[in-house]
Design a protein. Structure first.
Length: 216
């Protein structure tokens, strides 16, 4: 039995933010947010689909968001994967938030700081290898890796440490957002070595054969 993932980022879409979302995406078992989405939107999708959520924050995310009932701590109803590893349905996941720093604001980092985020994950990857025979299955970020789906301007430049991680630890998938897709023929999925790199701007649906049927 396959595992269906709904990944999303960057833009609120009517197809997801309406009562028909449960029917349209009824077979989704896992939601991945790659950032720059409001908490109320993610909570709506999670509650509508009754699916598990893993997320990282993007450079436009806020710590406190304004709602109709007032200010509140931004909540996404899921597991924040920044500098963390986790396991879902035998999938090994890890994540890093943010983009390159181009102005004052949260969730922005230098290339050196991004290397620090990636290096912080290495002990967990090595432990995964001992326990499960592999380092990582799914890598989740906001920004893209250097040279894949990125752009030349500083805000949308790719992250060197992410590309290195793909080369060394070889996850099956890398989901990212941040780079907006405006044309129907824009490249959304790129094969890089053993990894499928998916730009999940808006949303993307991905089917992964699970290694087991048990969440741990």
């Amino acid at each position: 039995m396959s595992l269906k993932i709904l990944s999303l980022s960057d833009v609120v879409l009517d197809v997801l933010f309406n009562p028909q979302v449960r029917e349209r995406f009824r077979d989704v078992q896992l939601i991945i947010s790659c950032g720059d989405l409001p908490g109320y939107y993610l909570e709506y999708v999670v509650n509508s689909l009754d699916a598990w959520l893993y997320f990282v924050r993007g450079n436009h995310d806020v710590i406190v968001e304004e709602t109709e009932s007032g200010s509140r701590q931004a909540s996404f109803g899921g597991v924040n994967l920044h500098r963390r590893t986790n396991r879902f349905d035998a999938l090994l996941l890890a994540g890093v938030e943010g983009s390159l720093r181009y102005r004052e604001g949260p969730f922005q980092y230098s290339q050196s700081e991004m290397w620090g985020h990636v290096f912080s994950l290495i002990p967990s990857f090595l432990l995964n290898r001992v326990r499960y025979g592999r380092f990582l299955d799914v890598f989740i970020t906001h920004a893209p890796p250097m040279g894949i789906h990125d752009q030349t301007d500083l805000p949308h430049r790719g992250i060197a440490a992410f590309r290195w991680l793909l080369q060394v630890f070889k996850p099956t998938y890398h989901f990212h957002g941040h780079v907006h897709l405006y044309r129907p023929d824009s490249e959304r999925v790129t094969r890089f070595g053993e990894t499928r790199v998916v730009n999940t701007y808006g949303f993307a649906e991905t089917v992964i054969p699970p290694r087991s049927a048990t969440n741990q």
